[in-house]
Write a protein that binds this ligand. Sequence first.
Ligand code: ATP
Length: 252
Amino acid sequence: MAEAAPALSYEAVSRLYGGAAAVDAVTLAIPAGQFVALVGTSGSGKSTLLRMANRLEAPDGGRVLRDGVDIAGRDPVEVRRATGYSFQNVGLFPHMTVAENIRLPARLAGRPPLDVAAALERVGLPADYATRMPAQLSGGEQARVGIARALGSEAKLLLMDEPFGALDPVTRDRLGRTVRDLHDRLGLTTILVTHDMAEALLLADRVVVMAGGRVVGDASPREMLAGEAGAEAAALVAVPKEQAERLRAIGG
Ligand SMILES: Nc1ncnc2c1ncn2[C@@H]1O[C@H](COP(=O)(O)OP(=O)(O)OP(=O)(O)O)[C@@H](O)[C@H]1O
């Protein structure tokens, strides 16, 4: 039997801004069901790479395939409907209530309305937030509504760009586990951009490290922790490792 095509694959994909490559000839295949954390220092090209999976950006070279099909020839709206996403700068619609925001993906896809109370509960928000406008929520609460909306899209591919950035550490940890749990239960393919290497190691099956628009590390959390994923990965892993050691030392 032929092997199934990867849920998402990049084939020598580049994206230029003013002549400089934000993403530089990246080749990466993500099988269905995998949970990938995309890490790297600021400006390394993570967001640009993710946005090309959704046709929010178009590559200047190479191809992006979803389930083996080049998305360049597909309707961008269709591609986005087939994707759950929460992006830093694709926020909530300010003129819609929380409930309307959460129901939007299902509505656009012509599916029956989602249970908004359940979606809010999933991300730890009270049901009566449904009638509020986004401006009446804190930054962290808005982020949680964005995650509820992404999870409610029922799409098999979930793209998340720093979804937990505005959250306190306790909520961040809990929501991270919630997303991982839903990923497993719903059989999703998930790509999570995060600046937090500890979060990446704890949540993902695979950690992809970017630097200067290229993939410079690609390994399981276990391999990363064992120092088997290259110098850039080792430098990023050193931070939470050293912090854990210092915490242990304080605790005696
Ligand atoms: N619309 C744009 N116009 C010009 N340059 C851009 C644009 N978007 C991104 N860039 C540049 O491309 C590079 C990669 O940006 P990108 O946002 O993908 O990085 P990132 O790794 O996601 O960064 P961060 O962790 O800070 O979010 C950066 O040098 C950035 O300045």
